[in-house]
Design a protein around this ligand. Structure first.
Ligand SMILES: NC(=O)c1ccc[n+]([C@@H]2O[C@H](COP(=O)([O-])OP(=O)(O)OC[C@H]3O[C@@H](n4cnc5c(N)ncnc54)[C@H](O)[C@@H]3O)[C@@H](O)[C@H]2O)c1
Length: 188
């Protein structure tokens, strides 16, 4: 049985970080909700523990039960935060921990080649934070990035081991890495 009374939420839970964290949270006894549009992520059918019982509550809403309960909601996290994603008859619960990972990422090629992804990332974060203020989860973890750090500390010749004090919100912010870095800095 789950040891936590309230579930945790992982947006972008089907991505690289989200899948690893999900397995860890299940081992730690969490019930979970995952929200992901699988734009780059992998559907949970392919990687959640096989011993969970699967029940499709509605198209795109799947409940997996075993020692823990996992609810997967397929869709855009912006719609989830706006209350526009169908939940298959479920009511959105009160969440304990929220891990907000949903973002357009794709590595260096996307950072350089798709700078307008910043619009989606800013919208995802703004809607997430507005939702969190409204529904008051116990805690929220925001995934920033090394791209938020000043580029002059990261280039050939000037590269140093980055530390959190290299971003000073009351002082030196520096120039983050492309629009992806700006979105992460804004999220912070
Ligand atoms: N992997 C890293 O090295 C790294 C480093 C620094 C920061 N981060 C941050 O950690 C988080 C997770 O990164 P990752 O490496 O797992 O990336 P990823 O691309 O593997 O995972 C992102 C997930 O978000 C989903 N997604 C994208 N847009 C969505 C939307 N509108 N609605 C719902 N789901 C959506 C994708 O389908 C994917 O499953 C991101 O916020 C990223 O910026 C990652």
């Amino acid at each position: 049985m789950s040891t936590n009374t309230k579930p945790a939420l992982v947006t972008g839970g089907c991505g690289f970080v989200g899948r690893h964290l999900t397995r860890r949270l299940l081992a730690d006894g969490y019930d979970l909700w995952l929200v992901d549009d699988c734009s780059t992520g992998r559907h949970p059918d392919g990687w959640l523990p096989r011993d969970l019982e699967r029940r499709e509550l509605a198209p795109g809403v799947i409940e997996y039960t075993g020692d823990q309960r996992v609810v997967f909601v397929f869709g855009d996290a912006r719609d989830f935060f706006s209350g526009r994603l169908p939940l298959g008859g479920l009511t959105e619960p009160s969440f304990s921990d929220v891990f907000h990972f949903a973002a357009v990422i794709g590595g260096r090629a996307t950072i350089d080649g798709n700078p307008m992804a910043v619009a989606i990332d800013l919208a995802l974060d703004a809607l997430c934070f507005n939702w969190a203020v409204r529904v008051q989860p116990d805690r929220l973890l925001y995934a920033s990035s090394s791209a938020a750090y000043p580029v002059d500390l990261q280039g050939d010749g000037g590269a140093v081991a980055l530390k959190e004090t290299d971003i000073q919100f009351g002082g030196r912010l520096g120039q983050p890495d492309m629009t992806y870095g700006w979105s992460k800095l804004t999220g912070e």
